[in-house]
Design a protein around this ligand. Structure first.
Ligand code: AMP
Ligand code: MG
Length: 276
């Protein structure tokens, strides 16, 4: 097993959204640096990512636990970058990513959880949701895609759905990548100014930016109503990418450590075998 120089060492509790309490999103910082400098943070992230790689192999070998990582953020919040950095050492066969885009005609014909449930991880798997069923209380709410009395009931469905998953052996980690409006402006501007980022620019993001306050309110209510004991939310300060990556790597590594896994026992007698 890979030895790491530093084990998980950050206290995550300041980033955990307490269950059943009012949330004021403005009170959650976007530019925390954990008192670290970039170089030290990157080294630590690197060590943690080695650890995540080893723990993923153990998870697969043991085949007992299912792990679901749900990532939500504002546009440009860093969902893709987080996935790329935190899981950069993991065996490509070891994690699945499910990205949820605008629902197809077929998907819209069903209830909103229909397309989601089939991507939930099975035993031994880690699945990352890049966006998720939470879009059905975010973009759907902001743009009135269904009437309020319909999305209003979804918070309860979602809690029950996640409860079902955890009751059946899934560990759920929910990460909200929190950036400031100013940071979003800079990231969008970079996508215009830098030729190799032009492909990322989506004029739809500007239309969504015009709804910034409504999105913040939708995220706030999401955090307030769906941070449960079985599936809590973390608010990740995400203006500094290196701090975001470090904190997410710490949370993922700590979550996997807590599963207290072991390799399955070797087949009887194989230790005496010599291959000819
Ligand atoms: P991207 O992640 O940038 O490729 O964009 C995916 C788009 O799909 C975003 O604009 C989301 O808001 C949108 N989307 C994802 N899920 C839903 C949903 N359930 N209803 C409507 N739009 C959605
Ligand atoms: Mg986009």
């Amino acid at each position: 097993m890979v030895r790491i120089k530093q084990a998980v060492q950050m206290d995550h509790s300041p980033y955990l959204v307490p269950t059943g309490q009012p949330v004021d999103l403005r009170a959650w910082t976007t530019d925390d640096d954990g008192g670290l400098d970039k170089r030290a943070a990157k080294d630590r992230t690197d060590d943690l990512n080695d650890r995540i790689e080893a723990l993923q192999e153990l998870l697969f070998a043991e085949g007992r636990h299912k792990v679901l990582v749900i990532i939500q953020a504002t546009d440009t919040g860093g969902k893709d970058g987080t996935i790329r950095h935190v899981f950069d050492k993991v065996n490509p066969q070891g994690v699945k990513v499910a990205s949820f885009k605008k629902p197809t005609e077929e998907e819209l014909g069903h209830d909103y959880l229909w397309r989601v449930h089939r991507h939930a991880p099975k035993s031994g798997e880690i699945t990352i949701f890049n966006r998720s069923h939470y879009e059905d209380v975010l973009v759907v709410r902001v743009h009135d895609l269904v009437p309020p009395e319909q999305w209003e009931r979804r918070y309860e469905h979602i809690n029950a759905f996640e409860r079902l998953l955890t009751d059946e052996g899934t560990t759920i980690v929910k990460l909200f990548l929190h950036i400031s409006k100013d940071e979003q402006r800079e990231r969008l501007q970079d996508r215009l100014d830098e030729a190799d980022k032009n492909w990322k620019f989506d004029s739809g993001d500007l239309r969504e930016r015009a709804h910034w306050d409504q999105y913040q309110e939708a995220f706030r209510v999401m955090l307030e109503r769906t941070s449960t004991v079985h599936a809590p939310w973390y608010v990740i300060p995400a203006d500094r990418k290196w701090f975001r990556n470090l904190l997410v790597s710490e949370i993922i590594a700590a979550t996997l450590e807590q599963l207290d896994m072991a390799f399955p026992p070797a087949e009887e007698g194989i230790r005496d075998l010599v291959i000819e």
